[in-house]
Design a protein around this ligand. Structure first.
Ligand code: SAH
Length: 470
């Protein structure tokens, strides 16, 4: 029987199933549920309890005693330290199975919704090099493993690192040599930047003291071959900036759009900063199907371009457009779903909170020569009202793609009042999707559900549901 020792470690627990959000579960004999990170069903583990409630607890694997037969060898040398692709120990087919199960659990078992048979999840054709955007961090504090710390009693000197933040630690960085999330020049560029800056003794950012020259690098690669690099500096030193930017551009002719940004703020976000175009075009072009999209350094764009096309094909198929429909694209971002579906619609009206995204959406519509798309910025619950409907017509189809928090209750009440014949609900969080669907269940039947995997080797899920007026 599993017992807890005085160090809060429960020994020899059998992990029995997958729960949600990347966590698996083990059950104690008294029925208590233990949620465990970085373990998979079939593992036998010692678990350190980090959060303890009456009927459940959360724990971390202290020791893997016997590995599940399902485990495979992770392919990346950074697995375990880097927070990027935490599911590499699971075969891809099992990742998909868990995601499918998760959608079913949230919608049916927990949400108690009446559902059609779920369509089998569509896997990503590419399971590596699928991200079109990555942000790396320069830090003067390399992340040290527990083993490294145990081996030394004296204090470590700071050591520069270029890579990803260690999970949960804002000031420590795990150095990345090669990242399987993005192909093209990315890994070479990291190596080069590291060599170049260290050779010259340039400082890396210290996130506690808020000082240091090199801070972040954002790399975006498009399926068109376009490459955008934005190098972010923590100090304004024109000499170093110009010299580094010139050297970078000369070294990597593949870069089609080179920018830099000076960020002396306390946080890493660049959305409120000026991004300075340095060489090449000020943007890159990505293509989804036959449509082109302009991506500027600050634009939001679906991060897995190839799978975005697959996702949008599902949305278009669910919408079933014939050319005569009025379509509202709620939470439209840079308008990509609406634009992708525009050929089948009489008119597309998109709404999005971020003004810059709407600027991009309008440009994208004109880049594709579209005259039937209109975009508005503002809170969707405030804008999507009877007067907008009077102006543009009642919806035949509503496409909604809210952030993880789901739709607001105010918007849901408007949807109930408006009664569009069809709603296509795209969600990156089946738990909030289930909650919203419960509220809509009175007037809508869920007629199709299609999970799509946008993020291989992570537990993140995308799910599309078609609702038809009862
Ligand atoms: N449909 C887009 C983006 C979806 S992400 C695509 O496929 O690319 C969700 C979007 O909702 C984000 O762009 C976010 O800025 C926007 N958003 C969040 N809250 C909002 C609100 N209250 N009103 C309008 N848009 C909102």
């Amino acid at each position: 029987m599993a017992r807890r020792n005085k160090n809060n470690v429960i020994k020899n627990l059998l992990v029995d199933s997958y729960a949600a959000e990347g966590k698996s579960v083990a059950h104690l004999e008294d029925g208590k549920v233990i949620f465990i990170e970085n373990a998979i069903p079939g593992d036998r583990v010692d678990v350190r309890i980090v959060k303890d409630k009456k009927s459940w607890a959360e724990g971390k694997v202290e020791m893997l005693i016997a590995a599940s037969k399902q485990r495979i060898e992770p392919f990346c040398e950074h697995f375990g330290l880097c927070g990027g692709c935490k599911w590499q120990m699971l075969p891809y087919s099992l990742q998909l199975q868990y995601k499918q199960q998760q959608v079913y659990d949230q919608l049916n078992r927990i949400g108690k919704l009446t559902l059609p048979t779920l369509l089998p999840i569509i896997g990503s054709e590419h399971t590596t090099y699928y991200r079109n955007k990555l942000e790396f961090t320069f830090s003067n504090q390399r992340y040290r493993t527990i083993e490294e710390i145990k081996e030394r009693s004296d204090k470590f000197e700071p050591e520069p690192a270029l890579g990803f933040h260690a999970p949960g630690l804002f000031d420590k960085v795990v150095p990345i040599n090669q990242c399987y999330l993005q192909g093209g020049i990315t890994s070479q560029l990291l190596q080069w930047l590291k060599g170049y800056t260290i050779e010259r003794g340039y400082s890396y950012y210290d996130a506690r003291r808020h000082e240091g020259m090199f801070r972040n690098v954002i790399i975006r690669v498009a399926t068109t071959g376009d490459v955008l690099v934005n190098l972010i500096f923590g100090t304004e030193d024109e000499g170093i900036i110009n010299e580094t930017m010139d050297a970078l551009y000369a070294q990597f002719p593949a870069i089609t759009s080179l920018h830099y940004t000076i960020n002396t703020k306390l946080n890493d976000s660049i959305y409120d900063l000026d991004v300075v175009p340095y060489k090449g075009k000020p943007f890159i072009i990505e293509k989804l199907g036959e449509y082109s999209f302009k991506i500027s350094p600050k634009s939001f764009f679906q991060t897995n371009s190839l799978q975005a096309t697959v996702l949008y094909n599902v949305v278009a198929a669910f919408a079933g457009l014939t050319g005569s429909e009025v379509v509202y694209d709620l939470y439209c971002g840079t308008g990509s779903i609406g634009i992708y579906c525009s050929a089948g619609a009489k008119r597309v009206i998109g709404i999005e909170l971020i003004e810059d995204a709407i600027k991009d959406a309008k440009e994208n519509a004109s880049l594709n020569g579209l005259t039937n798309c209109t975009f508005y910025f503002g809170d969707v619950a405030a804008l999507y009202n009877d007067s907008l409907l009077q102006q543009h017509g009642k919806p035949d189809v509503i496409i909604t793609d809210p952030p993880r928090a789901g739709m607001s209750e105010k918007l849901i009440n408007q949807l109930i009042h408006i009664k569009a014949p069809k709603v296509v609900y795209v969600s990156c969080n089946p738990a909030t999707q289930a909650r919203d669907l419960q509220l809509l269940e009175g007037i809508y039947a869920i007629t199709k559900v299609q999970p799509v995997d946008m993020f291989p080797h992570t537990h993140h899920i995308e799910n599309v549901a078609l609702l038809e007026l009862k």
